[in-house]
Write a protein that binds this ligand. Structure first.
Ligand SMILES: C[S@@+](CC[C@H](N)C(=O)[O-])C[C@H]1O[C@@H](n2cnc3c(N)ncnc32)[C@H](O)[C@@H]1O
Length: 214
């Protein structure tokens, strides 16, 4: 996966422009209300979303692609970026909240579980999770070879998992789910060309120290 993203960030730079996702704005308001002080952003890319949080919270981004991190260091110097995989990172200090934009759907089931387990381990008890992922209402759902239930190779060499509401809730079944939502997201490349995606979001709370693998 890192080769794919490295190549894209090296060739295309700020692939989705500089604006953060509107979901980052929503998450920031929620985190503020809950008196959050620290935020982890797994799959931080080049920092377009971390910048939304780092102006107010202590923010840590984890990112696999060196090319993305090189851009991120300049774009969001207030964020502390860690080079590595969220599947096996281990922070020295737990955080109050996690915002994770369009990362979870990139993995097959085993690694989706691992991602969520590891994220929960980085979070204080009572901490908040705000995740977004592709929805099964997105037009790419059902396109291409089916690799696992609801996971399709929708472009040559690129697959994603498309979440129904029930499936998303099931992935977070060991958390206290606060709410779910659907978002029409418009992503613009640096040339201004726009593409629309249908996403689902979930806001949840880590209720106690039990892990997802229990
Ligand atoms: C769809 S992009 C989203 C980037 C960013 N969240 C944004 O919206 O600008 C997914 C990102 O996750 C990163 N990524 C993929 N696998 C990862 C992993 N195991 N650990 C950390 N980052 C990963 C990719 O390099 C890429 O930057």
């Amino acid at each position: 996966m890192s080769n794919y993203w490295n190549r894209r960030f090296a060739q295309e730079g700020m692939i989705w422009g500089t604006d953060p996702s509107p979901t980052a704005l929503e998450a920031k308001g929620i985190f503020r209300k809950h008196n959050v002080k620290s935020v982890l952003v797994p799959g931080a890319g080049y920092g377009r979303n971390t910048k939304m949080f780092s102006s107010e919270f202590e923010t840590i981004g984890i990112e696999l692609s060196g090319a993305a991190l090189a851009i991120a260091a300049e774009w969001d110097p207030a964020c502390f970026f860690i080079s590595g995989s969220v599947l096996d990172c281990n922070l020295e200090t737990k955080v109050d909240a996690i915002y994770c934009y369009d990362l979870l759907h990139l993995f097959l089931i085993e690694d989706r579980r691992r991602l969520l387990t590891n994220c929960l381990e980085q979070l204080h008890s009572g901490g908040l999770l705000y995740f977004t992922s592709f929805s099964d209402e997105d037009p790419n759902y059902g396109c291409g070879a089916c690799l696992e239930p609801a996971t399709y190779e929708y472009k040559a060499g690129k697959y994603a998992h498309f979440f129904s509401e029930a499936d998303l809730k099931q992935h977070f079944e060991h958390t206290e789910i606060i709410k779910t939502g659907t978002h029409m997201e418009t992503l613009r490349d640096p040339q201004g060309a726009a593409r629309q995606y249908v996403l689902r979001s979930i806001l949840a709370r880590k209720s106690n120290e039990l892990s997802l693998t229990r």
